[in-house]
Design a protein around this ligand. Structure first.
Ligand code: C2O
Length: 513
């Protein structure tokens, strides 16, 4: 299994807002590797962003590349992960960006902090799992376990007998930095006997929100405050899947233990808190609807109120012909009927160097045909095509993107991640987005600001951002199974005219393809 510095999860990167961070990556495995710093905006500096063939060619076995970036205007919990094939299953870790020195949190200072990384585990080489799925044209095998800080906990018949334990002292308050690093599973998280107060999501502060359970999609992070104010004992923390699609759901609950100081490890933990149902659509909708950005004088919600560019992207699952597959077909996925094909050189390099023939900049702003996106299941193909097509966006344009799930094959939730930006989630709903009615229900005051958002199964999500970061920025479903099927595209944000408005020159050690 591929890891960084021999650990799973890998080492946490601690930085402060305003720091310059240099991470020298040497590839000692047999696969091509890149590392992505998920949620760091990398303004003008896509060279350090990391998605393979989007912003850089991979680091080949034996190669080295130094990711060099500034952490500007951001603080909170993010994470890093491999961004090629499925390697991120084991190549990931936390990024903790502390506020600049002397700047307090906008909530009571916790007594201590801890990272909680939720992961997904296969008793197999994940690269082989993905390859097998691809060869068969079917969904790859689901994982064998979930993990909390690398340990599955006692509910799995795993050879790993250790359970992650978080030591706490009675009366103290802890800031837990929770990261969903799973490959394909959306997760719930809860702590028996304790209520959590959400104070940050995706490294943006929120209005405090108290919750008995939270939900995170792969790619998302959530910071919660927890007070150790219960009878001293041992309490289960639990992570279990959220899945409301008509595809097989598993119910593998990973556990860890919140352990009060002075309580012997032989004491049986209190049973896990009753979690939302695996298909708990209602819980998830209510939880996300309650999230609000802090929107204080110091941390205002810089939401574009006027929109220059309106986009509607329909999410589709498809069955494509496949001559080499046993069934003669394979599962694929598309946005606006386009299954995105990765190029052989990096898109950002092609854009910066004026290399022709790598991509076209004609990704459609809306689906080629209107249909009842979320009506009865549709099995017919809609004329899906393959392409490396980017959407060109003018510098500083304000963009509204509505991501619309469809019932092509089946409805399913899709966590979409945009590189290079945070965005505001101004609305979400079930059914088909209605451009005449739904915008009147938008939250244009304090919508949650994030880098990854769940599109509800059979529903839609509307996000807004200002395109003030020039470069090529990946947009994709963060369920790796869907990304590899083609549920991805990229924005080409043009340079502006000002001195600080163009893509920086590439670093000298940028890998070649
Ligand atoms: Cu966390 Cu493009 O990824």
């Amino acid at each position: 299994m591929a890891t960084v510095n021999g650990s799973y999860p890998g080492p946490t990167i601690y930085a402060r807002e305003g720091d310059r961070v240099v991470v020298a990556v040497t590839n000692r495995v047999a696969y091509n590797v890149t590392i992505h710093w998920h949620g760091l905006k990398q303004r003008r500096n896509g060279w350090a962003d990391g998605p393979a063939y989007v912003t850089q060619c991979p680091i080949q076995p034996g190669g080295t590349y130094a990711y060099d970036f500034n952490v500007t205007g951001q603080r909170g919990t993010l994470w890093w992960h491999a961004h090629i094939a499925w390697l991120r299953a084991t190549v990931n870790g936390a990024i903790v960006v502390l506020p600049a020195r002397g700047v307090p949190y906008p909530f009571p200072k916790p007594d201590a902090e801890a990272e909680i990384i939720l992961g997904e585990w296969w008793h197999a080489d994940v690269e082989a799992v993905e390859k097998q799925g691809r060869a068969l044209g079917m969904a790859p095998n689901t994982s064998d376990a979930h993990t909390i800080n690398g340990k599955p906990g006692p509910l799995f018949p795993c050879s790993e007998k250790h359970t992650h334990a978080l030591q706490v002292q009675w009366g103290k308050t802890y800031l837990l930095r929770i990261i969903n690093a799973a490959v394909n599973d959306e997760l719930f998280f809860s702590i028996a006997g304790h209520t959590m107060t959400v104070v940050e999501i995706d490294a943006t502060y929120t209005k405090p929100l108290s919750a008995s359970a939270i939900q995170l999609s792969p790619g998302q992070t959530t910071n919660v405050l927890v007070r150790a104010d219960q009878r001293p004992g041992r309490y289960f923390m639990a992570a279990k899947p959220f899945n409301d699609a008509a595809v097989p759901a598993d119910n593998k609950t990973a556990t860890a233990i919140l352990q009060y100081a002075g309580v012997p490890a032989s004491v049986l933990p209190a049973p896990p808190r009753l979690m939302p149902e695996t298909n708990g659509t209602g819980f998830v909708a209510a939880f996300h609807d309650r999230l609000r950005s802090l929107n204080s004088a110091r941390y205002p919600a810089a939401l574009p109120l006027a929109v220059d560019r309106r986009l509607l992207y329909a999410i589709g699952l498809n069955i494509d012909p496949c001559a080499s597959c046993p069934k003669g077909s394979r599962l694929a996925a598309s946005l606006n009927n386009i299954t995105f094909v990765m190029p052989r050189v990096a898109l950002l390099q092609a854009h910066y160097g004026g290399l022709k023939g790598v991509f076209t900049a004609d990704f459609p702003d809306r689906p080629p045909a209107r249909f009842n996106y979320t009506g009865a299941p549709l099995t017919a193909g809609l004329g899906t095509s393959l392409g490396t097509r980017l959407s060109r966006v003018a510098y500083n344009a304000s963009v509204e993107l509505v991501l619309q799930d469809t019932n092509l094959l089946s409805v399913e939730t899709h966590p979409f991640h945009l590189h290079g930006y945070n965005f505001f989630v101004v609305g979400r709903g079930v059914g088909n987005f209605d451009p005449t009615k739904d915008p009147s229900k938008y939250n244009l005051v304090d919508p949650p600001e994030r880098n990854t958002v769940g599109v509800p199964a059979g529903g839609w999500t509307a996000i807004r951002f200002r395109a003030d970061n020039p470069g090529v920025w990946f947009l994709h479903c963060h369920l790796e199974v869907h990304t590899s099927w083609g549920l991805r595209m990229a924005f080409l944000v043009e340079d502006g005219d000002g001195p600080d408005e163009s893509v920086l020159p590439p670093p000298k050690d940028l890998p070649e393809c």
